[in-house]
Design a protein around this ligand. Structure first.
Ligand code: TRP
Length: 452
């Protein structure tokens, strides 16, 4: 099918799989369950659903519209829509810069995941005593070479897919991996729910506890909604430029959002019932997946070992399709400077791995942990910038441009595929959300984040 930029996805299904592949990642499986549990389970979930559908999805549609309308990378897309206001290109640049930093830290965590997959396969994890998982994780993540080797291996897979191209690389890999991922996850859910004592885990995840839903929890919900849907940083502008011209943007966005949300909830269902059934601590936070789950798997005997392999494979694959989208955004931008796709992908990978290695070496008590930036180790600095500060800023600028600077006729024309789709009532609703609700929510979050 035709796209404006030449390169592109061959079908709407392929586009949905690729964009859902970008959205579904470590954010869903590693991060969502522990923050949902931490901030009040069902109470958090309610707020999260609103943010996902009324802000995240609106941003996704807006980015798709900007991308498909222009067929350009984020740096060129803004000035193309408003040639009289070239300054907006800096929003594209800020988004790409944020993608770069996200990719650097994402590679570190993906490297850990790949290592855990390897250690499940080789039997190392099965031989560790329950009390030693925390020290095993810290010793590994703070060591010098081992994490770097896994970061490099993970990045190599990512780069190869990008070099393969949009349709033959990204789309093909996503169409294959996303269904596998869903299947693996469902298997884990069934097993987890059938364990004796699983219901406590389900209650932990879903029973609303409004006393735990603090202001901080609401901020976390918005940050998580943006991160999980991969919106605000221009990645969906890039994927939008690859959308077929007759793709129904509204439908595609709903599918991606529903998939992303469902997989986050399913991950919680795969993890918490098992954690409770095995009497482990559900408040393990970021270490939950690497320190608590291996204990759970070990207590399940041989079957547990298989589940351990399945789980870390699932997490690695989910991380892979997300890393692909981040590297693609950077590659598309660099290759539009007439360097060529393969060269751009390689150059970008080499630059980003430098940052990832420094982040890895600064983690825990690694050899660079003494080097501080404003009191933070490099890893923690990246985590803070990409987790709380930059994404809402970029998202706010994007939606302000969309709602207040882009021509309304252009938006309606693109959303309705030049008038061929009926978008009647939705038009006014969407425009209202994009113009007022989403920016206002982002401003509130940012301001309260700054005050804290
Ligand atoms: N959404 C992915 C996750 O949940 C992470 C991700 C991929 C991302 N591409 C992005 C986040 C672009 C922000 C912007 O793990």
């Amino acid at each position: 099918m035709a796209t404006k930029s030449g390169e592109g996805f061959s079908s709407s299904f392929g586009a949905i799989m690729a964009a859902a592949g970008s959205a579904v990642g470590l954010g869903n499986i590693w991060r969502f369950p522990y923050i949902c549990g931490k901030y009040g389970g069902g109470a958090f979930l309610l707020v999260y659903i609103c943010f996902v559908f009324f802000i995240g999805m609106i941003l996704m549609m807006s980015e798709f519209i900007i991308g498909r309308r222009t067929g350009e990378d984020p740096m060129k897309a803004y000035p193309k829509l408003r040639p009289d206001r070239k300054g907006w290109r800096f929003v594209g640049l800020a988004g790409l810069f944020t993608c770069f930093l996200i990719l650097a830290i994402y590679l570190v965590i993906s490297g850990w995941t790949l290592n855990y997959f390897w250690e499940s396969l080789s039997g190392t994890l099965a031989s560790i005593a329950d009390n030693d998982f925390a020290s095993h994780f810290n010793a590994f993540a703070s060591s010098t070479w081992r994490p770097i080797i896994f970061i490099a291996a993970f990045l190599l897979f990512t780069t190869l897919v990008i070099i393969g191209g949009v349709e033959k690389g990204i789309e093909r890999v996503s169409k294959l991996l996303m269904p596998i991922l869903l299947l693996l996850l469902l298997v884990l859910c069934v097993r987890s729910l059938s364990l004796h004592g699983a219901s406590a885990g389900v209650a932990y995840l879903f029973q609303p506890d409004f006393s735990k839903l603090t202001g901080e929890g609401i901020l976390a919900a918005l940050g998580q909604a943006l991160f999980s849907l991969s919106v605000g940083m221009g990645v969906m502008i890039v994927y939008g430029s690859y959308l077929p011209v007759d793709d129904n943007i509204l439908k595609t966005s709903i599918w991606i959002t529903v998939c992303d949300f469902a997989i986050a909830v399913l991950s919680g269902i795969a993890i918490f019932p098992a954690v409770f059934a095995c009497g482990q601590d559900p408040t393990g936070g970021p270490g939950l997946v690497y320190q608590v789950l291996p204990m759970v798997f070990n207590s399940l005997g041989t079957v547990g070992r298989i589940f351990s392999i399945v789980f870390f494979l699932l997490l690695s694959l989910a991380a892979l399709t997300s890393a692909i989208s981040l590297l693609e955004a950077l590659t598309q931008w660099l290759s539009s400077e007439k360097i060529g796709r393969t060269k751009s992908a390689i150059v970008m990978s080499l630059v980003v791995i430098l940052f990832a290695v420094v982040a890895s070496l600064s983690f825990g008590n690694g050899i660079l942990s003494g080097v501080k930036f404003g009191g933070l180790q490099f890893f923690d600095l990246l985590d803070k910038l990409t987790g709380t500060v930059l994404p809402p800023v970029c998202a706010l600028m994007t939606i302000l441009f969309f709602g207040w600077f882009m021509k309304k006729e252009d938006i309606i024309d693109e959303l309705s595929n030049h008038g061929t789709l009926k978008i009647g009532y939705f038009k006014a609703f969407y425009y209202f959300l994009a113009r007022f609700v989403a920016p206002a929510a982002l401003i509130v979050v940012l301001v309260s984040g700054l005050i804290n």
